[in-house]
Write a protein of this length. Structure first.
Length: 424
């Protein structure tokens, strides 16, 4: 059993080596001409700006460079799991060529792309090609060792394999030994060299500044969303107070004024109005309690997120199982955001999924609060404009949280929410 496992591991690694060599060869041979073309066209287009022609061509050329760079970013993530952020400044829609040219040339990411093209044509080309050289070049050495040198050196001149001059059988064996060393190096280094290529790409194309720009953009969007959400929540509270408790309190005040006038002339009518005022006060108090509970449920403040979600599940019309593994409590804003996010997801599941059962799981691992809500409904849920899930995504984004939805047609639907936080 152990031998079979080792054999499977060796075969998997060999496949990884071959895949790294083929991918590196594609990068070196197919994308090098594209890099040279992009760099040359950019220089020519920028040089033609004083003549006016470059104003028209530069946005298109730089747009092509950005697409080429984004392709490399995508390959880095797919092939080696190395994320490289794209941090270009947004361009206004409908801008004229002159404005687009000025904005694109003023974007630091444009000049970072140019530096990357230079690096990709030199050191990047070498690191991409090396895996293929280490894997495929040894086969020539083995062919030389098998006697091919006798044909290619028939004129009396030695056949050079790397740094080994092959002119007889002993030197041919030396070529074979060199090939074996290269093949051994390929087995151990080919995937690492491809990873080194993409790390070089990230070092030049990504950069801390790019990540900082992306971070600022995300924070700006989440802050705007948070402000919009807070304003909408304040309007809801104001509307609920105006239409509910305030109206009942006004009616109660009017009843008390009427009672004051009737208490001596018509005591029976005054008693009826007193009973009505008491009912109005009780209803107003209940509405105020519901309003406060909607702002911050008491069970959430007193017993934490786990018990609050359990209490929420008990009020649902569908059977709901809740599993909680939280060794402590998060900060109050995080708990509140998570609670209302779960509430929205559960409400959507009840209203739209057609499910018979719902499962909710809450746990905290590796500094991340993870919440998963699953239903056995018809599926088809998606995050989009006007969707309740879009609001959940904005709510989580305020705390650097993320939302993932898996909802194929026919179900089931799984909504996963993650918020980075520490528990007390």
């Amino acid at each position: 059993m152990n031998t079979d496992t080792k054999s499977d591991g060796v075969r998997a690694h060999v496949r990884e080596v071959v895949l790294a060599a083929v991918r590196g060869l594609v990068l070196a041979l197919a994308m090098l001409p594209v890099a040279v073309l992009c760099f040359t066209l950019t220089l020519v287009s920028v040089a033609l700006i004083p003549l006016g022609l470059g104003i028209v061509t530069t946005p298109a050329v730089l747009g092509g460079v950005r697409e080429f760079a984004d392709t490399r970013r995508r390959l880095a993530a797919e092939w080696c799991g190395i994320p490289i952020r794209s941090s270009y400044r947004p361009l206004p829609e409908g801008a004229n060529p002159w404005t687009r040219t000025v904005l694109m040339l003023g974007d630091p990411a444009t000049w970072r792309d140019m530096r990357w093209l230079l690096a990709d044509m030199t050191a990047g080309f070498v690191t991409a090609l090396l895996p293929a050289v280490l894997l495929f070049y040894p086969f020539e050495g083995f062919a030389v060792a098998a006697g091919l040198w006798r044909v290619v050196s028939a004129d009396g001149h030695p056949y050079w394999y790397g740094f080994v001059p092959v002119s007889d059988q002993p030197t041919a064996l030396g070529a074979a030994a060199t090939a074996a060393v290269l093949l051994f190096a390929a087995y151990h280094l080919a995937p690492r060299l491809l990873t080194a290529h993409f790390r070089l790409t990230r070092a030049v194309l990504g950069g801390d500044q790019g990540e900082l720009v992306e971070r600022v953009r995300v924070l700006t969007e989440t802050r705007r969303d948070a402000v919009d959400t807070s304003a909408a929540e304040l309007r809801r509270i104001e509307r609920d107070l105006h239409d509910g408790a305030q109206a009942r309190l006004v009616a109660m005040g009017m009843d008390l004024g009427t009672i004051e006038m009737l208490v001596e002339r018509d005591p029976a009518r005054a008693k009826q109005l007193l009973a009505q005022a008491r009912r109005n006060s009780a209803e107003a108090l209940e509405e105020l309690r519901d309003l406060v509970r909607g702002i911050h449920p008491p069970v959430l403040a007193e017993r934490g997120l786990g018990d609050a979600v359990r209490a929420l599940a008990l009020r649902l019309p569908l059977p709901t199982e809740v599993a909680v593994e939280l060794p402590g409590r998060a900060d109050a804003p995080v708990e509140s955001a998570a609670y209302f996010a779960v509430s929205e997801v559960l409400t959507n599941a009840v209203k739209h999924s057609g499910a018979d059962r719902i499962w909710a799981d809450l746990h905290h691992t590796d500094g991340m609060l993870r919440i998963t809500v699953t239903d056995d409904g018809k599926g088809g849920a998606a995050v989009g404009a006007g969707s309740g899930l879009a609001g959940v995504e904005r709510r989580l984004g305020t705390f650097d949280g993320v939302l993932a939805v898996s909802s194929p047609a026919g179900g089931p639907t799984m909504v996963t929410m993650e918020i980075p936080c520490a528990l007390s």
